[in-house]
Design a protein around this ligand. Structure first.
Ligand code: URA
Length: 234
């Protein structure tokens, strides 16, 4: 059960005070009847709320997969820069956040939700959830790097990474690799390559646990998770 004004404010109909005004003005119906009391409790599973002639369906949680483009920051709001949450134009909830940060110049899979428990399960190093990245590296990546990454490398400030799996897709002056890690330290992939004297020149996240980037999404595009994707993640 949830108060009518909170129901409408949660679903982005307006601020709490704007919503109260709409209710007092008779613009809101519950189960077909105009209701002028913002405090009445709504059963979100059985009752129908209608604002200005359109049905408002309550969503406690929203889950979006975004193919993050470079140039956008992984934050909820920012006074100057465009954020990943700004890109979700069809969102209903106001409390969405990105699950784990990708650097401004990193592309690829980003889950955007308001489900804090799921976010914790995916991000906690104790839960051992694989995060897979594709990268282009300035330098020839070799077996020694694979060995070092498998053992864990010192990435500065006393931080040592947990064992990571490095696959070499091609090795030349510029190499292509796929790296699987189970943690998300600040700039982790870039710092791991710096630790072995190499530089990441392009970085894209491909997957997080069972959730794989939908390659049908162009950079900057997003979609809701399917029920199957959600069931597997949870
Ligand atoms: N590691 C990085 O260095 N950057 C990212 O954006 C993600 C992982």
């Amino acid at each position: 059960m949830i108060r009518l004004d909170k129901f409408l404010a949660d679903m982005n109909v307006g601020t709490r005070s704007e919503v109260k005004k709409h209710i007092w003005q008779g613009q809101v119906k519950v189960d077909g009847v105009v209701v002028k009391n913002p405090e009445i409790k709504i059963d979100v599973h059985t009752q129908h709320v209608c604002y200005a002639g359109r049905d408002v369906v309550y969503r406690a949680f929203e889950y979006y997969m975004l193919n993050k483009p470079a140039g956008v920051i992984s934050a909820t709001t920012d006074s100057k820069e465009k954020t990943v949450v700004d890109l979700i134009e069809t969102k209903m909830r106001k409390d969405l956040f990105p699950v784990g940060r990708l650097d401004k110049d990193t592309e690829g899979l980003l889950l955007i939700t308001n489900d804090g428990e799921l976010a914790h399960r995916l991000l906690s190093p104790k839960k051992h959830v694989d995060k897979v990245y594709y990268a282009k590296i300035d330098g020839s990546v070799n077996e020694e790097d694979q060995k070092l990454f498998a053992e864990g490398v010192l990435i500065g400030e006393g931080e040592v990474t947990k064992p990571a799996r490095l696959e070499i897709l091609s090795s030349d002056v510029v190499s292509e690799i796929q790296l699987t890690i189970q943690e998300g330290k600040f700039h982790q992939v870039k710092r791991m390559f710096e630790a072995v004297g190499k530089k990441v020149i392009y970085l894209k996240r491909l997957s997080m646990g069972t959730l794989k980037l939908d390659e049908g999404l162009a950079l900057g595009e997003y979609r809701m998770l399917t029920q199957e994707e959600l069931d597997k993640l949870c």
